[in-house]
Design a protein. Structure first.
Lengths: 173, 150
């Protein structure tokens, strides 16, 4: 394009009335164009959910037999609220428990828990939360978390019925 | 510790973003630009303060921002390479002829130049402009032809 031909007389540095450095100016304009491209890419990735809440971030993990499943955000930001939904399938009315490992408790504070469980207790450095299966044999637990760490966390969930899951979470600063 | 880091990071992020925006973008502040600037300030404030609304935190953050700004200007004074980051003046009209390729790069229209010409120099004709120059701070300087000044 004629316009971008940086050899044209129009792009020669003038000395009058001001000393120009057109090479520097062309570099600045190039930086602006590249910068805009980067910003647009960033916005696109944000819309896709790379920075939490979007198709790339919404994740669902299940144990191999499908008995234990969890819905979570792959990407989170520091000090924001998010939901974690744990579902456990077992015999109707069965007393169950799910153990959250210390990594999850380091990555996030539990702000709320529904349904309100019976007395939970520590297990190692983790947290054991009792659950009760309904007449269909399903026990659900909704956690509201507030993230508090920064970086990658490998969190392990263990059901009392033996199933286990590992979820990876990345928390942005 | 994290207040200082937050302030330093936000200083650089805002600096880089405004470099990307270019120097013209907020030079002539319209009402919309002013509101946009306020919104940017609001968004920045959250990241700067976090959930710590103490006076100590505010003092630390303001001190860091001002210290960085002063150190940065000292550094620019000492090092020509750093000073170049501010760019230099660029001519966009020469002897009544608009330099179209440069104007396109600077996202500047003839209407922008004529607006500055009218308001600063009471010049109404492109041919009467000797030079139009984008200054380092993004404002347009208009230098009329000698005969047009009478």
């Amino acid at each position: 394009m004629h316009d971008n031909d940086e050899q044209t007389p129009e792009y020669a540095s003038r000395r009058e009335p001001v000393e120009e450095d057109i090479a520097l100016q062309l570099g600045t304009w190039r930086f602006e164009r590249i910068g805009l491209a980067v910003l647009l890419l960033l916005i696109l990735l944000a819309l896709l959910g790379l920075f939490s809440k979007g198709p790339l971030s919404n994740a669902n993990a299940s144990s191999s037999d499908g008995q234990l499943s969890v819905e979570y955000q792959r990407f989170s930001r520091n000090d924001t609220e998010e939901q974690l939904h744990i579902t456990l399938r077992a015999a109707p009315g069965q007393q169950l428990a799910v153990v959250l490992d210390p990594a999850l408790l380091q990555a996030a504070n539990i702000e709320a828990m529904h349904p309100l469980p019976g007395p939970s207790r520590s297990q190692g450095q983790g947290l054991s939360i009792p659950m009760l299966a309904d007449p269909q044999g399903v026990a659900a637990l909704y956690l509201t978390l507030r993230t508090q760490g920064i970086g990658l966390f490998r969190c392990h969930l263990q059901a009392s019925t033996g199933q286990a899951l590992t979820i990876n979470k990345f928390i942005y600063p | 510790m994290d207040s200082v880091l937050r302030a330093a990071v936000m200083y650089f992020v805002v600096w880089v973003l405004f470099k990307v925006a270019g120097r013209r973008s907020l030079a002539d502040l319209t009402a919309f630009d002013f509101v946009l600037l306020l919104i940017i300030g609001e968004a920045t404030q959250q990241a700067l303060l976090g959930d710590d609304f103490s006076v100590t935190n505010a003092v630390l953050i303001i001190s860091t921002l001002i210290a960085m700004d002063v150190v940065f200007s000292y550094a620019k004074q000492r090092s020509p390479a750093l000073a170049k980051l501010d760019g230099g003046p660029t001519i966009v009209v020469e002897n009544g002829q608009p330099l179209k390729a440069r104007m396109r790069q600077a996202r500047l229209t003839e209407a922008d130049i004529m607006e500055a010409a009218r308001s600063n120099q009471a010049v109404v004709d492109m041919a009467d402009i000797q030079y139009a120059i984008i200054e380092r701070n993004g404002t347009l300087s208009i230098i009329p032809r000698p005969q047009a000044q009478q």
